[in-house]
Every structure is written in C-alpha cells, then in structure tokens.
Design a protein around this ligand. Structure first.
Ligand code: ZN
Ligand code: ZN
Length: 555
C-alpha cells in the first residue's frame, strides 16, 4: 500500500454546478460526473460553462471509467465535450444507472457522438477496473435513478454522494439505500465527498410526495388554464402534475423540447405514467375549454429561449396566454437566475395571468437534503475524512461545521477547492498540489477560453457600442484618397460630443500620415495602429471604451 490516492475536484466547489471529480490511483483514473453550469448574466452570449478539464488532456488511456451519478445537467452536461476531447479511439466507457445512461445517450446523439461507449451499472453490482472497484448506491433526489458512487482502492473506499436527500416517501422507486450506506460505515469509509447544496437549511427537507396535494389545491382554485413550470428533468414533479390534472379532469400538454424529451425517456423506462388519452399536443390546446387544460412547460428559471419565457413575451407559436390563465412555478430559482425569473413573472402579470410560486404555497420540494440529512449521512458512513463538495464556499464551510458537530475532527475535514486535491496514502490525508482548473465557455458549439475574445467583444458592444472607421488609402503613397467614413452604433453620449465624428476623421488622417512614410506597409499593422490611436482618442473624449473597428482599404 505505497500508493497515493488523489481526489481532485475540477468543478462544483465554491460554485453551484459543473460538478466533476477525478479520482486517481497508481496513474489510473476514474472520473465521477462531467457537469456543466449555466452562465451568469455577465457572461454575455455564452451558452454554457464547462469545467476546465485540461488535467485529463492526453490521458484518455489512463481513464478506467467515467461514472455519472444522475442525469442532471450539472452532472452530465459536459460529457459530449469531455468525450470529444479524449478522442473516439480511447474514449473510456461511461457508466451510470439505466435512466442516467439513457439520458446521456440522448445527449451524445444530439452531439453526433453515437459510438461513445455507455453501460448500465445498477446499484448492487460491483465493477472492478484496474485498481478500482466501483459500486452505485441508490439515493433519492429530484431525478429518478440518482446514485452515490463508492470507489474502492486498496487504501479504502471513497463515497461521492452525488445529489441526494433522504426522502422516506419518494414518488417513484425505493428510499435511499441506508443499509448499504451503514454497511460502508461499518467497513470503514475512507473519504466522504458529500453534497453541500442545502447545508444552510435546518431540519429535514420535505418529501417530494408532499408536493402533490398542494399542487392539486392550487389547481382546484384555478378557473382558467393552468400552466405549470418546473425543471424539465424533474420527472417526479411531472408525474405529480399529471396526477393532479387527472384528479380534476384536465388534459395535459407538454410544451418545450427538453420536457418532451425527458418525459419520453422517463415513460419508456417506467418512471412516469400518463393515462391513455390524457396527453394533447400544444397546437390542440386552443381547441379545449380553458378549465380542461394543464400545460407543463419549460422555463422555470426564466431561460431566454424557453417556452414559458416565449409565452410571457407573447412569442410562442402554439400557446397565447391571456387573463384568467394561472401560471404555477413549481420550482425555485437557482442562485443567479432570480432576475430572469422575476422578469418573466412580471411579464405574466402584465398579460393578466395569475402567478403562483413556492412563496404562495408549498408546491416545490428541494432535491437536496437539509442539515439533519447531511448529519445522517455522516453518521451512517462514519468517514475517516470528509471533503464537502457541491456548493458555494459558504455551504462548504457549513457542511464542514456539520461534520464537526457529529464528532469528526476538524483536521480530518478538508475544505478543498476546484483544482485543489485531497491526497491520501497509508500515512494520512492532506491537501495536495494545485492543478489546473477553471471555466471553459461554450458559445454555440464552439469551445473557447475564458479570455475568449468573443465574450470581451460582446461585453464591450453591449456597454459602449461600436465605431467602424473605413479609410481608403493609396497603395503608392499611403495617403488617404477618399474621405474617411465613420459609422457608430450604440455609443453613449456620441451626439452630445458635438464634432466628434469630424475629430475622429482628423485623427485617422493624422495616424495614417504618421505611417505613410514607412518603407513597408502591412495592412494588418496599419489597422492595429489605427485601432490603438483611435481607441485612446475616443476614451479621452468620451471616457468610454467602445469597440473600435478600423478597416483600411488600399486602392
Ligand atoms: Zn441533481
Ligand atoms: Zn447537482
């Protein structure tokens, strides 16, 4: 037992989302989760944020497996990019529960990665790969088929909990496998990497099953159409909405691509039951009386292109909202999304809809355990060491305090960070050397760097606008042969700065004249110089930094 086990978080610590953890022993690697994160409002035009997984670059052959705990985007969303980076020839097999694998498969299909190797790993099965033995343990969460992963080496077992709560009355499937967790505790768990999402909420989380009756009460009060929005992946919630609708004799329509996709997969694997004849197409909604319809829609987070946001902006093809409609938010905003959600809610009021949120009625239950559940986990598995994961810095700290409260020595609790691994060998555990970590921004399907030019450009454009300057110069002399054109868009205060456009023209000519005598004229260089001169000049005059785009044409 001379080896060192490295447990390296690449995402999910000090943030909400993009969970990814690398476990490495004797140069062999198991990756648990490959999640993504949605951009915050200052990441203009960026679609997705991935963990920086440079650590795995060139190491495809060392990876024994990628294990996905459950099908949420913050655990599986980066998989296409990770697999593409590792390369088809050496891509490791991706393991997960049946539904998780089905969701991963559908995601990879969308990215044209149809050959990627995926395999079911059901709770109770053991899989030995290199120096690792893997086992999934059934947990409860806001997504069926959620598992914790136990990774065993000769040093002992690491448990990565994934997202979990201890729901005693889940809507679908059995409660969490507490007896297996207790067994791990008796065998002696080496390290617990535990979900910290709700480490700030005291007590026990309410059961998902408690949401159903409250939804039905809210529905019973609505006289017109009901539009319910929740996380598209919350198949349990969709089931409860369907049940409440059925109880009140309403038809159900699914609106939004991701909700239709998830319900299809959930149905095919038996996680959701829809009575015969209950489902109607979005374009049929108008054919039914208002009091006979429930629409289940994407957009609970105010996502820009979601169905609900479109409806709120009167921009949805099939569904036109009107007064008398009741919109039910069966979800709370993920931190960072509050503004977008508030904006959507206010639009809905403007249209004349009634809006019901979890502030008005208990119509949402979190999928993450509260403090008493985190303590229960600690007491069940009795870890030698603890590394809180999956939470911002505050919640990681609170989780560490819970570990302290149940009697784990503070020295055995590691407040790691993305890129900062915990290393364990026969002598003990310590924080290791910092590794590369961070964010990769995805803009459409492109992959780029945080310093990505496009992002900076968009931020400049949105705040300060753009100047385009077209100068036409003589190939022979380098002097202007036509008046300089100055075009501007979205530049604040430009009208007030009278004469600015003429001054810019003069500045262009000055700048060009200065380089006209150069022996060799490179257009690129000329444009660069022009850019620098103009940017300095404009900043001097406006105290703003609009984008300056000089175009030099030689004739
Ligand atoms: Zn989750
Ligand atoms: Zn999560």
């Amino acid at each position: 037992m001379s080896g060192t086990l490295r447990v390296l978080p690449l995402g999910g610590l000090g943030e909400i989302g993009k969970n990814m953890t690398v476990l490495e022993y004797e140069q062999r690697i198991v990756v648990v989760d490959t999640g993504l994160r949605f951009p915050t409002t200052d990441m203009l035009g960026i679609d997705l944020v991935l963990p920086d997984f440079s650590y795995l670059r060139g190491r495809a052959r060392d990876i024994e497996a990628i294990v996905i705990t459950h099908g949420h985007e913050d655990h599986v969303g980066a998989l296409p990019w990770v697999l593409r980076e590792l390369g088809a020839a050496h891509a490791p097999t991706v393991y997960g529960g049946r539904l998780t694998v089905a969701m991963a498969r559908s995601k990879l299909d969308e990215h044209h990665l149809r050959d990627a190797p995926l395999a079911d790993l059901s709770p109770g099965e053991e899989l030995t790969l290199g120096p690792f033995t893997l086992e999934m343990i059934h947990m409860t969460h806001s997504m069926p088929d959620s598992c914790a992963v136990a990774v065993t080496t000769e040093l002992g077992t690491v448990l990565v909990t994934g997202d979990y709560k201890f729901d005693q009355t889940p809507v679908d499937g059995p409660p969490a496998d507490v007896s297996r967790l207790a067994e791990l505790g008796r065998e002696g768990l080496l390290l617990l990497c535990g979900d910290s999402t709700n480490a700030d909420r005291p007590g026990f989380s309410p059961s998902e099953r408690e949401v159903g009756p409250h939804l039905e009460e809210v529905f019973a009060r609505a006289e017109g159409r009901i539009i319910v929005t929740s996380f598209a992946s919350n198949i349990h919630r969709v089931q409860q909405v369907v049940d409440a609708a059925a109880a009140l004799g309403r038809k159900v329509s699914l609106v939004g691509r991701s909700i239709r996709k998830n319900v299809n997969i959930g149905r095919s694997l038996g996680h959701i039951e829809l009575p015969q004849g209950m489902l109607i197409q979005p374009q049929e909604v108008e054919d039914w009386p208002d009091h006979k319809v429930v629409v289940i829609s994407t957009g609970s987070q105010g996502e820009p292109l979601s169905a609900l946001r479109r409806m709120a902006h009167n921009d949805h093809r099939a569904i036109k909202l009107h007064s008398g409609d009741t919109v039910v938010f069966s979800a709370t905003p993920v931190p960072g999304n509050e503004r977008a959600v508030n904006e959507t809610v206010d639009r809905l009021y403007h249209i004349g809809c009634d809006v019901v949120t979890p502030r008005d009625a208990p119509i949402h239950a979190s999928g993450h355990g509260y403090t008493e559940e985190l303590k229960l986990m600690l007491n069940l598995v009795k870890p030698r060491y603890v590394m809180p994961v999956h939470g911002d810095h505050k919640r990681l700290r609170l989780h560490a305090e819970l570990a302290d409260a149940v009697g784990i020595a503070p020295d055995d609790v590691f407040q790691a960070e993305n890129g900062l691994p915990v290393e364990i060998d026969a002598r003990g555990a310590r924080l290791g050397e910092r590794q590369q970590s961070g964010m990769i921004f995805v803009d459409g399907v492109d992959i780029g760097d945080p310093a990505d030019v496009a992002l900076r450009d968009r931020r400049m454009l949105s705040a300060d606008g753009i100047f385009i300057v077209v100068a036409t110069i003589s190939e022979q002399t380098g002097h202007p042969v036509a008046p300089t054109e100055v075009i501007f868009r979205g530049v604040p205060f430009v009208e007030q700065a009278g004469g600015l456009v003429q001054e810019i023209r003069d500045e262009v000519e000055r700048s060009l004249a200065a380089s006209a005598h150069d022996e060799i004229r490179e257009i690129d260089l000329l444009q660069q110089e022009l850019h620098d001169d103009l940017a300095a000049f404009v900043y001097d005059r406006l105290r703003r930094r609009p984008m300056v785009l000089p175009v030099v044409v030689e004739v």
